[in-house]
Design a protein around this ligand. Structure first.
Ligand SMILES: [Ca+2]
Ligand SMILES: [Ca+2]
Ligand SMILES: [Ca+2]
Ligand SMILES: [Ca+2]
Length: 322
C-alpha cells in the first residue's frame, strides 16, 4: 500500500512543521484534475495522544479558507470531524483526500440541521469521472453518501448550503471515513461493456440471488430475466437497497412479461419506485404473483439524475414457486 506508507510519512513528517506543502499524489494527473491546495492543514489537534480518557476535541480539523474550488481544496484526513462555516453567499468549501487502500467503501456524512445550524447542506463527491451528490437522508436534510471507491485518483468532497445561506448561524460538520460494505451480495451484474443494456442481453437470475450493480451512466439500464414453467405460480419479490444505505442512486424497478423480448414498446406489468409505507425511503420493494408461463424480464435503473460507479444498488431476488 504505497499510499498508506506515504500518508504516514506525510503525517508524522509534518508534525510541528510549519512549512510543509502537503500534496496528494495523483497518478497521471490530468490538467482538469488539479491537486488540492498546498495550504497548511492545522495538524495541532490531529495527533493521537493515546489518552482515551479525555473527550476528543469537538473539531479536530477546522476549515481553512479560501477553499472555493478544487485548486484551493483543503487537504484533510479520514476519520476526523471537519468543521466549517459559510461566510458568504454560496460559499463552496472543498476538501481533498486520498483513500488509504486499493479499494473499499467510503462514508461522507455532513451535519447541519441536526447540530442546530440553519443551513440546508448538500455534499458532492468527485473522483475522476465519477460524481455523486447527496441532498438528504430519510428523516433529515443532512446528507450522507456511502460509496465504493478506489485509491487510483484523488477524491474531492464539496459541501455547501444549497440555498446560499451564510452568517454565524450557517455552519456544518463533516466526517469522511472508511467503512465496511453496508450490504452483502452473492453475485455482480455483468455490465462492464453494457452487456445487459437490453432485454436481449438480460442476465438470467435465480431465486436467492442478491446482485450488486451500478447505474454507471445517465442512461444505464440493467436487464435480468427468469422463466416461469407451465403450471407454476411464482411469487416474485424484488427488494432494492441503495438510497437507504447511502447510495446516491434512486432506484426504480420494472417487471415485464415475454412480449418485451420481441417488442421494445411492450408495456410493463408492474413498477415500483419507492418503498410504500416508508416516507422518504426511495428503495422499492416489488411483489407480484405470476401464473403465466414464459420468460419474464426485470429492469433496474436510476430514477434520479446522474450515474457513475458511485451509484450502486443491490437487488435481492426471490422467486418462490407455489
Ligand atoms: Ca467556508
Ligand atoms: Ca469556501
Ligand atoms: Ca449497470
Ligand atoms: Ca446496464
Amino acid at each position: 500500500m504505497p499510499f498508506a506508507t506515504s500518508f504516514i510519512v506525510f503525517l508524522f513528517g509534518c508534525i510541528g512543521c510549519q512549512s510543509c506543502q502537503p500534496q496528494i499524489d495523483v497518478p497521471d494527473n490530468p490538467d482538469n484534475q488539479p491537486e488540492p491546495s498546498t495550504e497548511n492543514v492545522d495538524t495541532a489537534e490531529t495527533i493521537d495522544t493515546g489518552d482515551t480518557a479525555l473527550e476528543p476535541p469537538p473539531c479536530p480539523i477546522m476549515e481553512v479558507e479560501p477553499n472555493d474550488n478544487y485548486d484551493e481544496a483543503q487537504l484533510v484526513f479520514l476519520e476526523k470531524w471537519i468543521c466549517g462555516e459559510y461566510d458568504k453567499e454560496f460559499d463552496l468549501d472543498n476538501f481533498g483526500f486520498q483513500f488509504p487502500e486499493d479499494e473499499g467503501w467510503l462514508k461522507v456524512w455532513g451535519r447541519a440541521q441536526s447540530v442546530g445550524s440553519l443551513s440546508d447542506i448538500l455534499i458532492t463527491l468527485d473522483q475522476g469521472s465519477n460524481t455523486a451528490v447527496s441532498f438528504a437522508q430519510a428523516g433529515t436534510t443532512d446528507p450522507m453518501l456511502i460509496v465504493p471507491v478506489t485509491n487510483e485518483e484523488a477524491l474531492y468532497a464539496t459541501i455547501y448550503d444549497q440555498y446560499g445561506g451564510y452568517g454565524e448561524n450557517n455552519f456544518y460538520e463533516m466526517m469522511i471515513s472508511q467503512i465496511k460494505p453496508p450490504v452483502e451480495w452473492n453475485r455482480n451484474e455483468t455490465d462492464a461493456l453494457g452487456e445487459n443494456n437490453s432485454p436481449a442481453g438480460a442476465e438470467t437470475v435465480e431465486d436467492g440471488e442478491i446482485i450488486f450493480g451500478t447505474s454507471s451512466t445517465n442512461y444505464d439500464t440493467d436487464w435480468f430475466k427468469f422463466t416461469v414453467n407451465e403450471g407454476e405460480t411464482v411469487q416474485v419479490t424484488l427488494e432494492l437497497t441503495a438510497f437507504s444505505e447511502g447510495s446516491p442512486m434512486d432506484p426504480i424497478v420494472y417487471l415485464y412479461d415475454d412480449r418485451i423480448f420481441t417488442d421494445s414498446d411492450a408495456p410493463y406489468r408492474a413498477v415500483r419506485n419507492n418503498r410504500s409505507g416508508e416516507a422518504g425511503n426511495l428503495d422499492p420493494l416489488l411483489r407480484y404473483s405470476i401464473s403465466a408461463a414464459g420468460d419474464w424480464a426485470i429492469l433496474v435503473k436510476n430514477n434520479g439524475p446522474g450515474g457513475s460507479d458511485f451509484h450502486w444498488y443491490i437487488i435481492d431476488v426471490s422467486l418462490e414457486v407455489e
